[in-house]
Design a binder for this molecule. Structure first.
Ligand code: BJW
Length: 233
């Protein structure tokens, strides 16, 4: 730990579970009875845009009713106080990290409060309902869709993430099942470049064997404890 300077933190749905947002693959997960891999695709959006847009409208509404929890707050404190490099990469499309105060943050799977033009690729901040056929401010075409990375689409900011992983001394994964790539491969990339690795999760993830250390429990307890340790070092 004495040489620790550059940290990359990856977060998943588990970090927002204690705020009241459902995870994807647990019991009672999102998409109610459907495998997310079957419905969260560009093909599903093309087949039934009203259904997919409505689903994200409801998720956007639900976001207004929840608050960041102790884990988001602890990471925001780490961001404010850590003197070395830090990158928080979230797979989550909620805005709880930024509402807690995190700044060194990337959303690799998109954002609920953003709309993407399927015609010109422009992204714009979005609040409230987003019906299919909404006009794009940039190109005027009626092609706005939820700014969500579906299966088969390229996640955002991969070059910046790869650069940070190559420089990381420590990679920490919080509240993710390790079922979805490329995020599930970050632990191996970080290890390849010599980083120490730590997993904080309710249960072992699919890639648990690749972590040097795994701590099991709720993020709202584990993350503040880990942040205290790092900042005290
Ligand atoms: C707690 C807790 C508490 C609960 N405290 N913990 C075959 C092999 C390998 C790869 C592929 C393949 N076929 C296709 C692929 C690629 C594909 C993929 O990975 N598929 C898999 C199904 C195999 N990936 C893609 O298509 C991605 N794009 C891509 O690969 O582009 C090409 C490329 C090439 C080279 C480089 C880079 C790119 C795109 C993936 C898009 C994912 N999108 C979604 C939907 C977002 C929209 C929405 O929100 O509706 O993103 S899917 C969904 O899964 C969402 C999440 O971000 C993502 C990950 O889920 P997460 O966060 O891990 O949640 P859960 O529910 O799975 O787990 C929660 C965890 O928390 C659990 O472990 C709990 O125990 C824990 N937990 N409570 C702590 N209180």
């Amino acid at each position: 730990m004495s040489e620790l300077r550059n940290i990359v933190v990856l977060t998943g749905a588990g970090i927002s579970a204690e705020s009241g947002l459902a995870t994807f693959r647990g019991p009672g997960g999102l998409w109610e009875g459907h495998r997310v891999e079957d419905v969260c695709t560009p093909e599903a959006l093309a087949r039934d845009p009203a259904l997919v847009h409505r689903f994200y409208d409801l998720r956007r509404e639900a976001l207004e009713r929840v608050e960041p929890n102790a884990a988001h707050e602890a990471l925001a404190r780490l961001d404010a106080e850590w003197p070395g490099e830090l990158l928080i990469v979230t797979q989550n499309v909620d805005d709880l990290h930024e509402r807690a105060g995190a700044k060194r943050l990337l959303h690799m799977h998109g954002e609920l409060n953003s709309a993407l033009c399927a015609a010109c690729g422009e992204r714009q901040a979005w609040r409230g309902s987003l019906p299919p056929g909404t006009d794009c401010d940039a190109c005027g075409r009626s092609a706005l869709r939820p700014d969500i990375v579906f299966f088969g689409e390229m996640p955002y900011e991969m070059e910046a993430i790869d650069r940070a992983l190559a420089r990381a001394d420590l990679f920490v994964s919080i509240g993710t099942s390790g079922a979805v790539y490329p995020a599930a491969g970050f632990v191996r990339t970080a290890r390849y470049h010599g980083a120490d690795t730590l997993e904080l999760n309710l249960e072992p993830s699919e890639g648990s064997v690749y972590f040097a250390e795994s701590r099991m429990g709720p993020a709202g307890v584990l993350v503040p404890t880990w942040v205290d340790e790092v900042l005290a070092d």
